[in-house]
Design a protein around this ligand. Sequence first.
Ligand code: FRU
Length: 493
Amino acid sequence: MTSPKLQQARDFEARYGPHIPDAERPAFHATPTIGWMNDPNGFSVYKGECHLFYQYHPFSNEWGPMHWGHLKTRDFLHWQRLPAALAPDEAYDAAGCFSGGAAELPDGRQLLMYTGVQRERTPEGFLQEIQTQCIAIGDGLDYEKVGQNPVLDAKDLPEGGSRIDFRDPKVWRGEDGAYYAVIGNRTRDGSGAILLYQSADGCRWRFVRTLDACQNQYGRMWECPDYFALGGKQVLLTSPQEMTPIGLEFHAGNGTLCLMGHTAPDGGFVRERVQAVDYGLDFYAPQTLLAPDGRRIMIGWMQNWSTVGAKPDHCRWFGQMSLPREISVQNGRLAQQPVRELESCRGPAVVHHHILVSGETNLPGIAGRVLDMTVQIRPMGQGSYRWFRVHLAKDGEHDTILRYKPDESVLKIDRTRSGLPHDIVNTRSFLVRPRGGELKLRIILDRFSVEVFVNDGEQAASAVIYTRQEAQAITFEAEGQLLMDVEKYDLVL
Ligand code: FRU
């Protein structure tokens, strides 16, 4: 039965969503049908198709009572819009259906596991949010919340676990046929932990163990975990709030964390290495799925909580997902590449080899805002250039800049002049690993974003831009001299 609240959301999106012209959206990045989008939810395969749900407030371009929006895709680039899947229509989720995951049940139905948020009054009279985990089961279109909800609450927490910060279950079916979920929690020391739960049927859950804990080292609360095997390692992803900067690896605010390790004999997680997932300005709360062909594919919310207040006036949608990325472990680090499906959307190649860059130059056929371009640079001997820049989405007023300084091995992304008159975080620098002085940047543009994949996916950096679409120019600039190869494809979807 569709509740009046869900029906209201569905009616609203059906009425107003189609008014948004395609040209006002990215060509291949997922956006909300209308209104606000944050975290990816339930990114999973169901009946051979990939479903993507998302944190959704259809009624405005601001965060509000959370619904789940719903999309599906066969190629990670074309997204079919489905009606909203969940609304905050029960006492236990009246303050929002927060993030969660999805899995296919053996009987062919689809299970959604999400955080139900309710408010209660403290003895002092303050309103406080309580978070529990809830289940809805459906057929890929309509979902019924189960009578046992909430299926996990305060009594299922380990000692000292917070019932206020207990959210974002990511669920999967294990090879043993059981269901598992990782859930973010706050511990007694005020910082985050990732809890592992198990269930035989997807509805009755039990606490297994704490997989890892923040201990106030990498941010505070750990949100939106994911946990999977990859390239002989165990990978735990989470998105910390209140991160304090660590070198150029982690910046203040909301970050992304990849904890790489292995499974201990008792089934626990042993952390070996820590790194950022994305080094740009806008990436948070990623989730992965295991595609039928064995690829582990990750998608993130291409936004940041620090900058969501800054948006174009009267925009009818806000928030978009990153390009889905194939992830792997390379030399003990998380590597990411755009999904290979993107390559089949490439138009004719525009190729320039051995271009001498000294000062600023543009190249025939190199311009545009929906494209896939690889730029490779190499010095002409030791110290031949001080810096190199790629200027994107450029016109007289606008300019989005990637700058590389070889003596520091630092790549900087700068969207100060990318269409927003707000003094938000507009630049970020990070260390890259040049190979013998060479650097390779694969740059994906899709109208309102730039995603950079460094050295065949060693690192990724994402940023939203708001530059008007007429700003199409791309130029290359160096102080000193270097040699460059460029290969560019317009993307046709
Ligand atoms: C992360 C997050 C989640 C929560 C959701 C609410 O971006 O804060 O922890 O479930 O957003 O919309």
